[in-house]
Write a protein of this length. Structure first.
Length: 403
């Protein structure tokens, strides 16, 4: 089967997010004998040489820097890909980046069109909307994008607006999509009301279980209890709630530490660091390499991702693959991965008290965390290895073609 694979970023040197999803899934499909043609605005230098023979990578020229496949870059991807449909005899077009408006939903030229689907942020939720809007307004700052469109770029942007408006393409789950590969089970219930014609499948994100592996550091974990956070330093990730919950627990139990890995928009990171200032036991480690992150996963007692809103939460899977239990929130696809009391603990989002109780429960039941970590590893291997995910995606392609 020949697959046109659309992503925003194609890189094998980034942990988490779209870059990981694109590279790992495309590579897993290629290993299963599929011919994959990746089209992306951002491509890691030298990645073509590191790709399997039946995985071809194309970088879209003249794309502007953006934190995702916005409408303008999506139209470029569409126009750039059109010749490939015939030259490479494409069978299935797959928008593997998070779902959104795409011209291929309307203009498929006899092919089948599949979108991977995430749960979007709820900007109307009064409990978390301030944090969500704060991070949205600082997204370009976080991605260090300092760019202004030139004259030709402004013209193309106007044509893009006209094109999407005329053909009715401004839909998060666009009409005309043949199938959605849903990354959260809740979407299987939500999407029929939005797009009743599309077929729905559950295809979660995956994790490299051969790279993220447990390490026997149980003896090391008998000393100071360590919580770990890995991710972008944003308010949406729930860091302010995590710092408050940790501070409350630290006052009761001195022998605990919180390690925070990641970077964010300078203004947001400054605010988060200021909230933690003067609080002993909190260590900001900045950005780390993939190998360093893996070691931190392996060495911590428990991983914490208290997101206010999340599509899936890949960092949870990475920690689980390293044999560590997690504390996370009941948002997006996280509840499909983390089972409360078995491979981790689940709490309501934006709830400092509930997060504190879960963290305290972990400290008080330290002896049970090793067993929970083994269950976390087993679940990651059984349900979320990229080999398993690629098999599920193949089924989506095959069933969609037969429809």
């Amino acid at each position: 089967m020949n697959i046109l694979f659309l992503v925003h970023t194609f890189s094998d040197k980034v942990i988490g997010g779209e870059a990981t999803i694109g590279w790992q899934l495309a590579q897993a499909l290629a290993k299963r004998g599929q011919r994959v043609f990746v089209v992306a605005p951002l491509v890691e230098r030298g990645i073509k040489k590191r790709s399997p023979e039946n995985l071809r990578v194309y970088k879209i020229p003249f794309c502007h820097p953006a934190p995702g496949l916005d409408n303008s870059n999506m139209l470029r991807a569409f126009l750039f890909s059109l010749p490939l449909l015939w030259l490479k005899k494409i069978d299935v077009i797959h928008l593997a980046s998070s779902n959104g408006p795409c011209p291929f939903a309307r203009f498929k030229f006899g092919r089948r069109f599949v979108e991977s689907a995430d749960i979007g942020h709820d900007y109307q939720n009064p409990k978390i909307k301030n944090e969500l809007w704060h991070d949205r307004q600082r997204k370009k700052e976080a991605e260090q994008i300092n760019w202004r469109p030139g004259f030709l770029e402004k013209i193309f942007d106007r044509l893009t607006l006209w094109f999407y408006r005329v053909f009715g393409l401004n839909q998060d789950y666009p009409t005309g999509t043949d199938a959605f590969a849903c990354r959260a089970l809740v979407l299987l219930k939500k999407l029929p009301a939005i797009n009743p014609q599309a077929r729905l499948f559950y295809v979660p994100n995956g994790v490299d279980v051969k790279y993220f592996v447990p390490r026997d550091t149980a003896a090391k974990r008998r000393g100071q209890f360590t919580f770990l956070f890995v991710g972008k330093l944003t308010k949406t990730k729930g860091l302010l709630y995590l710092i408050a919950a940790f501070a409350k627990l630290r006052r009761e139990r001195g022998n605990i530490k919180l390690k925070i890995i990641g970077r964010g928009a300078p203004s947001t990171e400054k605010e988060i660091r200021a909230r933690a200032a003067g609080q002993s036991g909190i260590v900001f480690l900045g950005q780390k390499s993939p190998s360093e992150v893996k070691k931190y996963y392996q060495d911590c007692d428990i991983f914490v991702l208290p997101s206010l809103s999340e599509g899936f939460g890949i960092a949870n899977l990475e920690a689980m693959a390293c044999g560590r239990p997690v504390i996370s929130t009941k948002v997006g696809g996280i509840a499909d991965v983390v089972f409360d009391g078995k491979n981790g603990f689940l709490v309501e989002p934006a709830d400092t008290r509930a997060l504190y109780r879960a963290m305290k429960r972990a400290v008080e039941n330290r002896g049970q965390l090793e067993k929970m970590g083994r269950q976390a590893r087993a679940r990651a291997v059984r349900e979320f290895s990229w080999k398993v995910v690629a098999q599920k995606m193949e089924q989506v392609y095959n069933l969609t073609q037969k429809a």
